[in-house]
Design a binder for this molecule. Structure first.
Ligand code: NAP
Ligand code: HSE
Length: 461
């Protein structure tokens, strides 16, 4: 007579006909914190792939509780109304819940509940990069202390397996550089603006309607979400603990259609890029809109797609790309963690994977020392001598010019014209000195720069 749990699928026994009952024949009890875009995708996948997942884990996965603020907002077919609750304590104190899936977002309550679960020895899977960027080190330490796992594949790159790649596959190599397009919303907005000529506000509203954006989209278009993801990658790629306030973050809000158009004419595409480099004595981390050559592998990563290019000392370059946001792509990563963590629970050995994450403080290279080529756009008065003044200020700061272009004469009498300059490799502090001098510059007592210049870095990922 089989001793299988009544809700178990038809065959979850281990290969080879082994009769030993894994996990006492019980299902793995799961609670979801949140049932929005990602939570809904997770419940859909868990229902759709139920039998296959149970066979992989060696025990069925049983959703017991789903925490939300407003049960009336839950519109997920795969969500049984009996699971839904607003009672935090009912979720956290259920002894049958062994795995907590945090997909509610935010740092306050979400962080407190993740801590509470780990302290109780329950493993956690989270998609919350803001939380990891703010409290990752403490959470990893808690997980290790209480022999629980903390899975976070969905926190970076949506459905792309970048966390596993860095933590496991590349563990034997040293990452020297990484470049990433890591915010699906920003990449979608830039693609809509570049390819369809859509306005910023309209493109952002479209991204929100598709479930790509954060509850507060400033996190996306302000560059903060990509920065959180870079901080998470830096823990794995460089073993570095860095806080958000330590790195320079620029978003896409300030970009103008003119920059996208000038970049296109010069043979570049504008992408919101994260950059990480290990210089040995210090690491360099940056997040900003960037010109990259149209021939670059990252230039064709469009719409909601994300991509990460890693350069390992032994491996050389390696590129991962896929859908970086949205319900089902993100759910694929959450469910991958659910499988791994559940397997560890079933085998009676949770916490082993998470204990391989080692983080320490590492010095950050000052932003002023960054060396790249630059795209500079100066909306200037259309007067003789302006280009000479620009060139002189750059020269005085030690910046060499590679290319210079002036737009056609203004349609209206006194309107500014764009002068676009591409520099040779220059240090960021030199560029800042030159821009400050140019903004103060005058010809015959009149300032010749009409609006703030734009400075964008050029990278060749
Ligand atoms: P969402 O659609 O806004 O869903 C959030 C869910 O959490 C809702 O069910 C909400 O309940 C619940 N919730 C929020 N605050 C709560 C509270 N104080 N108490 C109880 N329930 C609360 O968010 P999402 O897009 O799924 O994102 C969730 C997490 O995944 C975030 O950390 C996000 O950064 C991350 N993520 C998202 C994506 C994506 O493509 N969307 C991709 C990767 C990672 P109510 O509806 O009742 O308020
Ligand atoms: N808001 C995020 C993005 C979701 O647009 O990339 C995925 O992390």
């Amino acid at each position: 007579m089989s001793e299988r749990h009544p809700s178990a699928p038809s065959d979850t026994s281990p290969p080879g006909g082994e009769r030993r009952r894994l996990h006492g024949g019980k299902p793995v009890g799961i609670a979801l914190l949140g049932c929005g875009t990602v939570g809904g995708g997770v419940l859909t996948l868990l229902a759709r792939e139920r039998e296959r997942l149970a066979a992989r884990v060696g025990a069925p996965l049983e959703v017991r509780r789903v925490l939300v603020r407003d049960p009336k907002k839950v519109r997920v077919e795969a969500c049984d109304v009996r699971w839904v609750t607003t009672d935090v304590d009912a979720v956290m104190s259920d002894p049958e819940v062994e795995l907590v899936v945090e997909v509610m977002g935010g740092e306050g309550l979400a962080g407190d509940l993740v801590e509470r679960a780990l302290r109780a020895g329950k493993s956690v899977v989270t998609a919350n990069k803001a939380l990891l960027a703010a409290r990752g080190k403490q959470l990893f330490a808690l997980a290790a202390e209480h022999r629980a796992d903390l899975g976070f594949e969905a926190a970076v790159g949506g459905g792309i397996p970048i966390i596993r790649a860095l933590r496991d596959q590349l563990a034997g190599d040293r990452v020297e550089r990484l470049f990433g397009i890591l915010n699906g919303t920003s990449n979608f907005v830039l693609t809509q603006m570049t390819e369809l000529g859509q306005g910023f506000a309209e493109a952002l509203a479209d991204a929100q309607a598709r479930g790509y954006a954060e509850a507060d989209p400033t996190l996306d278009v302000g560059g903060f979400d990509a920065a959180h993801k870079l901080l998470v990658l830096a823990t794995l790629a460089f073993g570095a603990e860095v806080t958000e306030g330590e790195i320079a973050i620029e978003g896409i809000r300030e970009l103008e259609a003119a920059d996208i158009e000038h970049a296109r004419r010069l043979g570049y595409v504008v992408k919101h890029l994260v950059v990480g480099r290990d210089h040995g004595d210090a690491i360099e981390l940056r997040v900003h809109p960037t010109l990259i050559p149209r021939s670059s592998v990252l230039a064709n990563v469009s719409g909601v797609l994300n991509a990460v290019k890693i350069e390992g000392a032994a491996l050389g370059p390696c590129v991962l790309s896929g859908r970086g946001a949205g319900d089902l792509p993100t759910a694929v990563s959450v469910v991958a963690d659910v499988i791994d963590v559940s397997r560890a629970i079933v085998a009676g050995a949770p916490g082993l994977v998470t204990r391989s994450v080692a983080i320490a403080r590492r010095p950050l290279r000052a932003a002023g020392l960054t060396e790249v080529r630059w795209y500079l756009r100066f909306p200037v008065a259309d007067r003789p001598g302006v280009i000479a003044k620009l060139a002189a200020a750059l020269g005085d700061a030690g910046v060499s010019i590679e290319q210079i272009e002036q737009g056609p004469p203004p349609a209206e009498g006194d309107a500014p014209v764009d002068v676009v300059i591409v520099t040779r490799t220059a240090r960021e502090d030199a560029i800042r000195r030159a821009l400050a001098a140019i903004e103060l510059g005058a010809i015959e007592g009149q300032p010749f720069v009409r609006r703030a210049p734009r400075a964008l870095r050029i990278e060749e990922p």
